[in-house]
Design a protein around this ligand. Structure first.
Ligand code: TYD
Ligand code: MG
Length: 456
């Protein structure tokens, strides 16, 4: 006789399966992530899928006459661009971010804007009472906006309401507070969040309602609990920013309906979030006199050029292992650049603490920032201030060569627009013509060091 299949234990962080429960997943090392799952049923005969025949599914070709999905713009350009040109009907969107960063503020403003654009909008708050949301709306000057408001955490009641109301857009703030009575798990647990998200995404697809889910981010920087929610939705946006700064950046990390990596820039003010249409000017606005270790980098965020200031500080270290502190860039990238400077240019940073910072709270993920970082490090080390009207970009390879980067022409145009008159970039960049800009092309890092700092 066939044995009835034993229960399996699955790690909710990495998906590895285990025979028995354990406090720590052996596969990924996560703690408290293993939960019991019902065993896979293999059909009455226990012989797997081959035993029972399914129906043949209809197959089609790849060509399509279907029009692109209809989109509605909110009128908030920074938001619409990140969405890929407006809100797509029946899409599911996850907006993640640290608590207190301004997600509820952003989405209330978005709801009001979409409502003014003609969509029927519903805002369900599971975290705050209706009165609190109304007070926020008043502060934002949106008290008269035609947005229907509800405060509820019971998913069954919410789905029934959505089914009756049939809104164009439903905002669920937040997915961690929702609970489904069909699942035996505490609200906020991975199982609940996953079940609630699945039901809401299904609703979106079936009924044509666009759904925006708010998700809090854990200390490790993931949307709390389930990465799985990220897989379920069409679009994942992160709302980020430094607590001390008023800048907020809405970043698309996944978008089935538009480019990923697009950003929208906002400023948190006393009356809500205001859009920043010229981020370069904002990120450079706090820049003082030319100083050693400060370099302007011409970067690309999504489809847009953005100029930022990269700052470095280098000082003798009292520690055996000197400090390497990075804000706004990847630590691994700094180590690589330091290693190339040392082995290809003979400039060691041993015994020196290195601090690197991107001013304004922006995060740069582009390798194109390498050359600007190297210039900032050298400027700080040699105590040399580079000209204030100079921008730098280029990728450094491990051999010390400089690699051309994409969209050189756009980067230069933005620099020129903001009043810069000199640029340094890798040789063979496709840079078009840039009259009014003195451009110097460098083949490799030693050449750059010799030319700019007179050493090498
Ligand atoms: P909130 O939208 O509640 O954050 P989240 O939903 O991500 O937890 O925003 C919280 C912060 O924003 C709070 O510290 C106050 C600040 N804030 C402003 O500065 N101006 C405003 O107009 C509003 C509504 C909030
Ligand atoms: Mg909130």
């Amino acid at each position: 006789m066939a044995k009835s299949p034993a229960a399996i234990f699955t790690c909710t962080a990495c998906g590895a399966t285990h025979r028995k429960w354990a406090g720590r997943c052996e596969a990924c090392g996560a703690w408290n992530s293993i939960s019991e799952e019902a065993p896979l049923t293999t059909g009455p005969s226990g012989k797997g899928l081959g035993a029972a025949r399914g129906r043949t599914i209809p197959l089609t070709t790849l060509s399509t006459e279907e029009p692109p999905p209809p989109r509605t713009g909110s009128g908030m350009d920074e938001l619409d661009r990140v969405l890929g040109g407006g809100l797509v009907a029946a899409s599911a969107i996850l907006v993640g971010g640290d608590p207190g960063i301004g997600k509820s503020t952003l989405l209330l403003q978005a709801a009001a804007s979409f409502a003014h654009a003609g969509l029927k909008c519903l805002y369900i708050s599971g975290e705050e009472a209706s009165a609190q949301v109304r007070m926020r709306a008043q502060r934002l000057g949106l008290a008269q906006a035609p947005v229907a408001l509800g405060a509820e955490t019971n998913l069954r009641d919410i789905l029934t309401t959505l089914d009756a109301e049939r809104p164009d857009l439903a905002i669920i703030d937040s997915i961690q507070t929702m609970w489904s009575d069909t699942v035996e798990a505490a609200p906020g647990s991975v199982t609940q969040v996953r079940a609630a998200a699945q039901e809401l995404v299904n609703f979106a697809k079936k009924r044509g309602t666009a759904v925006i889910l708010v998700g809090h981010v854990t200390k490790e920087g993931q949307i709390a609990g389930p990465r799985v929610v990220e897989h379920m939705v069409d679009t994942v946006l992160y709302f980020e920013g430094e607590r001390g700064h008023q800048f907020r950046i809405l970043r698309a990390v996944k978008n089935r309906f538009g480019p990923a990596d697009e950003i929208g820039v906002f400023e948190m003010t006393g009356a809500g979030l205001s859009e920043v249409t010229n981020p370069s000017a904002l990120f450079l606005s706090e820049r003082g006199q030319a100083s050693p270790g400060s370099v302007v980098f011409a970067g690309i965020e999504g489809t847009r050029p953005v100029l930022t200031e990269i700052q470095a500080l280098v000082s003798p270290s009292p520690l055996g292992t000197p400090r390497r502190t990075v804000v706004g860039l990847e630590g691994g990238r700094l180590s690589m650049i330091l290693a190339v400077l040392e082995s290809r240019c003979g400039i060691p940073f041993t015994g020196l603490d290195v601090y690197l910072n991107v001013a304004g709270g922006l995060r740069i993920n582009e390798p194109a920032a390498d050359l600007a970082v190297a210039a900032a490090l050298l400027g700080a080390r040699e105590d040399v201030a580079l000209p204030p009207d100079l921008v730098i970009f280029g990728e450094i390879s491990l051999s010390g060569a400089l690699r051309p980067v994409s969209q050189a022409e756009n980067r230069l145009k933005e620099a020129q627009k903001l009043g810069f008159s000199q640029a340094i970039l890798p040789a063979q960049s496709k840079r078009g013509s840039s009259p009014g800009l003195t451009v110097r092309e460098m083949p490799d890092l030693p050449g750059f060091v010799g030319d700019v700092f007179g050493a090498g």
